[in-house]
Design a protein around this ligand. Structure first.
Ligand SMILES: Cc1cc2nc3c(=O)[nH]c(=O)nc-3n(C[C@H](O)[C@H](O)[C@H](O)COP(=O)(O)OP(=O)(O)OC[C@H]3O[C@@H](n4cnc5c(N)ncnc54)[C@H](O)[C@@H]3O)c2cc1C
Length: 389
């Protein structure tokens, strides 16, 4: 029998972190400075370590402020050749790969993609994740950091997902939704597909981590734990007591208040959303710019207030942008605009989330624009994409 309690964390939950706490400035020059400081060689050697030289660019790339292509081109402009930055570029390609999966299979991405997750015992969230008390010290620290900063290192994401789905036998969707809620870089494609990759429903086998691996990459020195096992033993162990308690994850979402955007003239209306916040996009045009946050989307895929605040601050790099919180059809109605006029005046960027928006959809920037469609594995995708780089 599993126990049940609320996912809300208590005050003593917040403890100072032993690791450097990443910061995510939202001013566009600071973001480009971060791109200019990438050291691809150090990245390749250290990226798996918690204190490694990772780029901390995902909150900007996932939100469409900068593209994978722009990061790649800025490295080329600094004189790096592909062989000197291949590790980093292949990581950037994971982003494009998962986005292509979403484009190709649509909402089916939110079900087990390749095969049903094996060994599922429940469809809730292990309470230990919500309360950062799995008993694996580095993971608990990573969860505290996630809730404080909105960021978690890639290895810790993998450990957390493996503990929830493989050791704890939870079906991946609810724990994935919990992590997505907190992430400044929350990207439905990367998040959903990565959780499925760890849980084995979008990969050939489940990903397991043991304590030794966690100690190596996080610098922890934990001796005994339920992960203090060999890789042969891990799939065979029963759900440890620390992961038996479950909780429902159903946060309420608070969106900011706004007034109806003012339209000046009869020119184009450029629509932005929380995955499309590029200040360079059509920057020279004299157009009305609207950031639209659709409540129906956030009810389905909740995010924290911290994430919404981050999105709004990123949007302020776009001169004159106005916020609209409501559905696109409500916006048309309130503006007194019919679908034909909207089709002529509204422009956004192509994205699976805004397929229902009227008007023109400009293409996104990809690392390899000719490599599209569903690839069963990243390696099949990368094999083809890397030929274009
Ligand atoms: C369970 C799980 C959930 C995840 N959820 C998300 C998510 O919601 N949003 C998200 O952006 N990433 C997600 N990732 C991928 C990855 O953890 C983050 O992109 C990375 O940690 C971001 O930190 P960084 O920018 O410092 O990465 P770096 O190591 O510096 O990587 C450089 C860039 O490459 C891209 N990248 C690297 N790895 C991946 C990857 N696996 N998938 C997609 N892009 C990648 C990112 O754009 C990143 O900014 C998830 C991974 C796992 C295992």
């Amino acid at each position: 029998m599993s126990l049940h309690r609320s996912w809300h964390q208590t005050e003593e939950f917040y403890k100072p972190s032993p690791w450097p706490v990443p910061e995510f400035p939202t001013e566009i020059n600071a973001i480009w400075d971060r791109v200019a400081q990438i050291d691809p060689a150090r990245y390749s050697k250290t990226r798996n370590f918690i204190n490694g030289s990772v780029t901390y660019l995902s909150p900007y790339i996932s939100r469409g402020v900068i593209s994978t292509r722009q990061v790649y081109e800025s490295l080329l402009a600094r004189g790096f050749r592909l062989y000197q930055m291949e590790k980093l570029v292949s990581e950037l390609a994971w982003r494009d790969y998962f986005q292509q999966v979403w484009l190709a299979i649509g909402d089916r991405m939110f079900d087990d993609i390749r095969q049903p997750q094996e060994g599922v015992q429940h469809r809730l969230l292990p309470a230990a994740l919500a309360h950062a008390n799995t008993g694996i010290e580095a993971v608990d620290e990573g969860i505290r950091m996630l809730q404080q900063t909105g960021y978690m290192h890639n290895h810790l994401r993998m450990y957390t997902a493996s503990i929830a789905c493989n050791t704890g036998r939870a079906h991946w969707p609810m724990p994935a939704q919990w992590m997505y809620y907190h992430l400044l870089d929350g990207d439905l494609a990367s998040n959903t597909c990565s959780w499925q990759w760890v849980a084995g429903s979008f990969s050939s086998k489940k990903y397991y981590c043991n304590q030794e691996n966690i100690n190596k990459y996080t610098g922890s020195r934990q001796g005994s734990s339920f992960l203090h096992k060999s890789y042969e033993e891990l799939p065979l162990v029963d759900v440890p007591e620390a992961l038996l308690e479950t909780t429902d994850f159903s946060p309420t979402i608070t969106l900011p208040a706004c007034s109806l955007p003012a339209l000046h003239g009869r020119g184009n209306i450029l629509l932005y959303h929380h995955y499309h916040l590029d200040p360079q996009w059509r920057a020279d045009e004299d157009a009305c710019r609207i950031l639209i946050l659709e409540p129906s989307h956030f009810r389905r895929f909740p995010v924290s207030e911290k994430v919404i605040g981050f999105v709004q601050r990123l949007a302020s790099n776009i001169p004159g942008i106005q916020l609209y919180v409501g559905e696109i059809d409500q916006l048309l109605e309130q503006l007194g605009m019919d679908r034909d006029e909207a089709n002529q005046r509204m422009i956004t960027r192509e994205h699976p989330m805004v397929a229902h928006f009227p008007g023109q959809k400009d293409p996104r920037e990809w690392l390899a624009p000719d490599v599209t469609g569903f690839f069963p594995s990243f390696f099949a995708f990368w094999k083809k994409a890397s030929r274009f780089l």
